[in-house]
Every structure is written in structure tokens, then in C-alpha cells.
Design a binder for this molecule. Structure first.
Ligand code: SF4
Length: 351
């Protein structure tokens, strides 16, 4: 059985590291884009051949800061993907952006080449908070980019971080009200977590306690006009990120670029692809099914119960907890109370 493959392209460069960031990216002012472009082109050629021009429904440029990428680099990558794969007519092509790095000219050129979804790292509408997070932009920069993007025929998503030190539930509600007012159709709301080896990990921060974080999470769901479709993601129906939905649903994806991971399906076997490039190793159907439970149960549409999932799913547990788990069609998902104890649920769901 031949499956379609989504493509993830990692662009690991930023102007400066943010204080909370543990993503694979480095601050680079003198990036050699030609070198990186060539590396990506080589990987595209390699996988195009290996997967015999498989169909590609989505392409996602993540980072790092992909909006730093020169227009000509983006154009060449898209053209090489088209040459080496069978890109669907209505393929979703997303670029993640930092508001300081994308003016209207560059945005227009990205759109002309085929970008049809822009993800904007807004993080906060408060300049003090943005400074504290170590962001290079202010709230006005983000508003200008949202406004510019809304003039193009593309879908727009905004990322926010909540649960900053001393932040209150009212502050978070206020941010959600601003999101409603602007009329954003997709947003991701991430809780601030302090990761090791980040500047924040060395500071003594007065973080909200777990109960306050849970109240903030519930308040976000209650205030945003957008329905939640994944633990941290909210969208008007039909405006969900198709790339992430496919990945969470267990569809294969190719990771291209330094540090990118992928899950490849070739000749009936799953492979885990590590660090971009041509490095991959077989992953058992059992392990792949566990991954699908972990990612699928984070979404409101849940995990599709196929024969691999059936083998590892603790049906007895699932059926005896209707307050937290629901079956619909061929899928299982959590209820609103189940999502709050998701990690525990997943542990018990896998036999
Ligand atoms: S812009 Fe994004 S990837 Fe870059 S340092 Fe900040 S949070 Fe990390």
C-alpha cells in the first residue's frame, strides 16, 4: 500500500535566541543560505527518488525562523519539491514567521510562490512581556503582520504563550478577548514551560502554580471564539492546520533539514527518520501505534482505531471511563475532563 507523505522542512536559524526556547535553532547573523538551500535540495532529491514521487498533501516550514529564508531559497525549494514529488493541487504550504522578519513585500513574494498559510509568532500583545520573553519584535510589529497577511488570500495562525511569571487568569482572558476582537481564525496557545539550558532555567521565576495554570487553560477554552481541536490549538471549523492534523493522525511525513524528524512508510514498513537527511531505522507497528495514541488523543477527533491500535488499546479501561473517554465512529477521544488528565489516561490506555 502506497501512502502520501507530508513534508516538514526545518530552518534552524533565528536572529537571536528567545529566553524560553529549547527548539533546535541557533542565533545566526551570517547564515550561508546557499549552503543550506543546497543541503535541503539534496535531501528532497533523495526522498523523492526513494519514495517514487509520492503524493504530498502538505509542506510545512518550521523553525527556527523560516521567514528569515530568502525568497529565492523558498522558490527553489518549492520548485524542487514539485519536480521530485507529486504535490496535490490544493496542497497546504505553511511558513512560520517572526513579525520582525517579514515585511509586506517579502510576504507578497512568498504568497506568489505558493505559501498559502502563515503562522505568526505573536506570543503576547504586551511589550513588557515580549521583552521579558526575549522576543525581537513588539506587539505593533505583530499587528502589522497580521493586518498585511489578512489582505492576502491565505490562512493565518497566531502563536501565544501564557502562564508567564505573575500572570493572572484575568490577563489570559484579556488576551483571548483581544484575539476574538481581531478575528483570528487559528491560534495556538502554549503554556510557558521552563526548559533546561535556557536563560529562564537559570532565573528564579515566580511561575503560576499548577492549579492556576489549569484554570488559565479552562479560561482559554471558555473565552476564545474558536473551538479547540488539539490540546493547544484552536480554529474555526475548516481552518485547522492540515499538516499537523495529518501528522497527529499518524500519516507519514518526511523531515528535511538539520534536526528534522520524520516517519516514513515504505513497502509496508514504518521507519523513524532522525536529524533530517538519509538517516532512518525501522520502527515496529507496535511502537508506531503507541505514537499514534499519544498524538491522536491530544486532538478532539481522537485516534483512529485500526488493527494496530486494537492490539494495544486497553478497551476495558476505555469503556469503564465514559466521563473521560468517548468512542465515535472508528475513533476514540477524550472528553473535556479527560483532556485535563491526558498523560495519565494515555498511560492506562496502552496495554
Ligand atoms: S524565534 Fe522561535 S525558534 Fe527562534 S529562538 Fe525564538 S522561540 Fe526559538
Amino acid at each position: 500500500m502506497k501512502k502520501t507523505h507530508n513534508i516538514y522542512i526545518h530552518v534552524p536559524f533565528c536572529i537571536k535566541k528567545c529566553n524560553y526556547c529549547a527548539f533546535f535553532s541557533h542565533a545566526c547573523t551570517n547564515t550561508n543560505w546557499d549552503d543550506y538551500e543546497n543541503k535541503i535540495i539534496n535531501e528532497i532529491g533523495y526522498w523523492g527518488k526513494k519514495l517514487e514521487k509520492t503524493t504530498v498533501p502538505t509542506i510545512f516550514f518550521g523553525g527556527g525562523t523560516p521567514s528569515l529564508m530568502p525568497v529565492k531559497t523558498f522558490a527553489r525549494i518549492i520548485s524542487e519539491i514539485r519536480k521530485n514529488f507529486n504535490v496535490s493541487d490544493n496542497a497546504e504550504i505553511t511558513i512560520e514567521s517572526n513579525p520582525k522578519t517579514l515585511d509586506n513585500n517579502k510576504l507578497t513574494e512568498f504568497c506568489e510562490i505558493g505559501m498559502n498559510r502563515l503562522s505568526i509568532g505573536v506570543q503576547s500583545f504586551n511589550d513588557e512581556k515580549l521583552k521579558f520573553l526575549g522576543r525581537i519584535h513588539n506587539a505593533n510589529d505583530a499587528m502589522i503582520l497580521i493586518e498585511n497577511a489578512s489582505k492576502h488570500k491565505i490562512r493565518v495562525s497566531c502563536d501565544f504563550i501564557y502562564g508567564l511569571p505573575d500572570e493572572t487568569v484575568d490577563d489570559v482572558i484579556h488576551t483571548c478577548e483581544q484575539i476574538n476582537q481581531i478575528g483570528i481564525t487559528h491560534c495556538s496557545m502554549y503554556e510557558l514551560t521552563i526548559e533546561p539550558d535556557t536563560p529562564f532555567s537559570t532565573m528564579k521565576l515566580n511561575m503560576p502554580d499548577n492549579a492556576t495554570m489549569a484554570t488559565m487553560y479552562t479560561a482559554i477554552g471558555g473565552t476564545l471564539n474558536l473551538p479547540r481541536y488539539e490540546v493547544s490549538n484552536y480554529a474555526t471549523n475548516g481552518y485547522e492546520c492540515r499538516h499537523n492534523q495529518n501528522v497527529w493522525d499518524g500519516e507519514p511525513y518526511i523531515g528535511i533539514g538539520t534536526g528534522a524528524a520524520g516517519r516514513i512508510f515504505m513497502n509496508g514498513t514504518w521507519y523513524e527518520q532522525m536529524g533530517g537527511g538519509a538517516l532512518f531505522q525501522e520502527i515496529s507497528n507496535h511502537d508506531r501505534a503507541v505514537e499514534r495514541i499519544i498524538t491522536g488523543m491530544r486532538t478532539t477527533r481522537g485516534t483512529r482505531i485500526d488493527s494496530d491500535i486494537e492490539k494495544i488499546l486497553n478497551l476495558e479501561f476505555a469503556k469503564s471511563h465514559p466521563d473521560m473517554l468517548v468512542f465515535h465512529g472508528d475513533r476514540i477521544s477524550t472528553t473535556d475532563s479527560g483532556i485535563l488528565v491526558l498523560d495519565d489516561l494515555i498511560e492506562k490506555l496502552v496495554k
